[in-house]
Design a binder for this molecule. Sequence first.
Ligand code: UD1
Length: 376
Amino acid sequence: MKSECRKRKIIIVVGARPNFMKAAPVYYELKKIDRFRVKIVHTGQHYDKEMSAFFFRDLGLPRPDIYLKVGSATHGLQTALIMERFEPVLIRERPDLVIVVGDVNSTLACALTAAKLCIPVAHIEAGLRSFDRTMPEEINRLLTDQISDFLFTTCKDANKNLLHEGIVEHKIFFVGNTMIDTLVKHLSVARKLKVREKLGLGRVRYGILTLHRPSNVDDKRVFQKILNAVSNISRIMPIVFPVHPRTENFLADIQFLHYDDEFKKGIMVTKPLGYLEFLSLMDKATIVLTDSGGIQEETTILGIPCLTLRQNTERPITITQGTNILVGTDPAKIFRVANKVILKSRTKQNKPRRPKYWDGRAAKRIAQILTNKLEK
Ligand code: UD1
């Protein structure tokens, strides 16, 4: 074992809800091999208990070593605030590597700050592309990948995208999906929680809805169209709708609480759920309707049909090898496809699918590569 001060130092950055599940297994693996000093920096992009603290609790992560407390702001301001607060941390800590995950504003802001100080950057979940530059996440993905030194990918499509953008091959490592590492680790505990019973669903079949993309919830017309489709589906089976804070604001704006009882009686609105609670609920759902990226991957592994309420996806492997169907936002189409999926589910269960390396060992591969490269 190396003495503490001779170990290389790694900072892992997290900021928003989906980051925690992707970063946790990497943190544990790096701690386990005991070759590095590892610190967690939380930017505070997400700060509510439901969006952050509950995830640290559920994943058994220690409190962040450094908390930047940036909170909400416009994209430009949030990105700038993270950079302003992360730079002195890097100057003080002088890490040998900064690890960023996913595609949120914290990912790009911290990668850029590190690259400008000539500190190597590793990007977990590199190379995913929706080819839709109106999505803030797409801008974050493209730019983070250009300035990263280690690009860890979840699928071969991502390698192709990176090569196409001129990234040199020796920086790209196909390692698998760390979000699935977290799912594999926690599924049996989640199954014991029986969240459906706690929500009063008993043995009733149900669906789940999650929505937070600006393109779906910031435009009242689009949001209303989706709600109309969901209301129709909820006449077939109840739909549990854990509401993201961004979406909560828009539900208030359109005065959802004052809607006709008939329209909303099958839609069960809840606070955002913790990681284990949501996994437990998803595991037993008949159908999931979502615009999230991570949920498209998790439903593939669980074998639950997923209708993605977007025009594109950066995760095509969940369509070609999984349970995902891209349906867009046309209410008639959403209802038609949902109805078909629900009917089919009465007679035929989907088999869980496992794309290559979505096997619970992605973080191990990452830790091994970093050990080989950083200790050279
Ligand atoms: C962010 C990510 C998105 C990710 C999503 C998961 C970017 C560009 N977007 O979107 O990729 O899929 O997180 O949740 O980084 N808010 C709260 N409490 C919180 C967090 C946010 O009330 O703990 C409110 C904010 O005030 C803001 C809204 O939710 O008005 C949106 O938050 P923001 O972090 O800007 O983006 P998300 O939509 O959450």
